[in-house]
Design a protein around this ligand. Structure first.
Ligand code: DSN
Length: 444
């Protein structure tokens, strides 16, 4: 199939080949990225993309859905088994879509909700003023403690009692610590709010039971499927149990009282989406099947061990880490004491073949386009086979670059070391530009 792409559309093929080369020959340390298996790639690049299937399995608005119904049921069944969920919806096209369905179900425009400040590790869809969540609803924030860098549960409670939100959200895109869901639930119950966890970043680590489990405590849990879960780009909603509609929510048109699961299903379709991406849903089923295998737990354990080793080595080099370390798959480096901005660091590392992202640190005074920090994650390089010795070496390379970020000789030297490391841990055997493009994953 890729030979067809090369012959029919060389420009598109070149883009694909060059991106494959970039992934193969660079160090991918963006905390939200990963490398999927060949099986997941095959499911995604399949004829299921041709099928319209609005509705749910067995209740579609189109004929010919017998096989895509099986795909969706397989994904549902595996997601339930993996997370111990009573209900799932595997249709959200992305994490942002899954989150949109949460808001649509639980809030009315103008309602108040409480989420983690974006500048303290929160996510765009948790109330940023430039996102629908902050435009349509009234977002209030809790943050981390200035000294510990950890979420301050006293602040969460005080804020919740003061503003009486209808919804409290948990979850982050740059928070290196675990969450105390039971404590959040107590606060939510005290103020009569729904509790929602967006576990997009840590879903794979939660599935492997290495972090606290939000499902028993939250009314709703959303996730992406492509980060630590190592599946295709997409979203998902889950409930530990199908709670009786605690605040008497009714369906938008009929005004009828419904189960929470029915309300969330209708919020995804027809609420915010049309036809589900059935090729992606099949790929979600494949990835969830992989995550149910025992070696996925080993992978997730290694992700955390690698993040800890990275943190320790960076601390040895004198870097400041938000919260002083990590419980999960990422570290957040505060560069203020080194006289560097996140932007400078990201750009210098990129030139040396190391991809990270600049990131706000709590109480940052720089703009989001400059920032004072970088976020470094281990899921992708762990998939590649890196263990503690390699990750410590990566920390050394980062330090080499950041100690002299404008020195082209240093950047070139590190780039060569990165290439050497990448050759030792081949990823996709996607032959370099000009060769027949057979994707035969050598390690995956
Ligand atoms: N933008 C993603 C991240 O990098 O964390 C989250 O959606």
């Amino acid at each position: 199939m890729r030979a067809a792409l090369r012959e029919q559309d060389p420009r598109a093929y070149q883009i694909l080949a060059r991106e494959a080369e970039r992934q193969n020959m660079g160090l991918e340390l963006i905390a939200s990225e990963n490398f999927v298996s060949r099986a997941v790639l095959e499911a995604m690049g399949s004829v299921l993309t041709n099928k319209y299937a609005e509705g749910l399995p067995g209740r579609r608005y189109y004929g010919g859905c017998q096989f895509v119904d099986e795909a969706e049921r397989l994904a549902q069944e595996r997601a339930k088994a993996l997370f111990g969920a009573e209900w799932v919806n595997v249709q959200p096209h992305s994490g942002a879509q899954a989150n949109a369905a949460v808001y649509l179900t639980l809030l009315k425009p103008g309602d108040v909700f409480l989420g983690l400040n974006l500048a303290h590790g929160g996510h765009l869809t948790h109330g940023s003023p430039v996102n629908f969540s902050g435009i349509l609803y009234r977002a209030e924030y809790y943050g981390v403690h200035p000294e510990t860098g950890r979420i301050d549960m006293d602040e969460v409670r005080d804020k919740a009692l003061q503003i009486r939100p209808r919804l409290i959200s948990i979850g982050a895109s740059a928070y290196p610590r675990d969450f105390d869901y039971a404590a959040f639930r107590e606060i939510a119950d005290e103020v009569g709010a729904f509790l929602w966890m967006d576990m997009a970043h840590t879903a794979g680590l939660i599935a492997a039971k290495l972090l606290n489990d939000p499902l028993p405590h939250c009314h709703i849990v959303s996730t992406t499927t492509h980060k630590t879960l190592r599946g295709p780009r997409g979203g998902m909603l889950l409930m530990g149990r199908d709670f009786d509609n605690p605040f008497g929510l009714v369906a938008p048109k009929s005004g009828r009282l419904k189960r929470m699961s029915e309300l969330f299903d209708s919020a995804v379709f027809p609420g915010i989406q049309g036809g589900p991406l059935m090729h992606v849903i099949l790929a979600k089923a494949v990835a969830l099947g992989e995550a149910l295998q025992p070696d996925f737990v080993e992978y997730a354990q290694q992700v955390i061990r690698n993040a800890r080793a990275l943190a320790e080595r960076l601390l040895e080099h004198g870097y400041e880490l938000v919260s002083g370390g990590t419980d999960n798959h990422l570290v957040l480096v505060d560069l203020r004491s080194r006289g560097l901005t996140g932007k400078q660091a990201e750009e210098a590392l990129e030139r040396a073949g190391i991809t990270v992202n600049k990131n706000m640190v709590p109480f940052d005074t720089q703009s989001p386009l400059v920032t004072s920090g970088i976020r470094i994650g281990t899921p992708a390089v762990t998939t590649r086979g890196f263990k503690e010795p390699e990750i410590r070496y990566v920390a050394d390379l980062i330090h080499e670059v950041l100690s002299d970020p404008d020195n082209e000789t240093v950047l070139e030297r590190v780039r060569n070391k990165v290439l050497e490391l990448c050759r030792q841990f081949p990823l996709y055997d996607f032959v370099s530009i000009g060769d027949p493009a057979e994707l035969s994953a050598s390690r995956l």
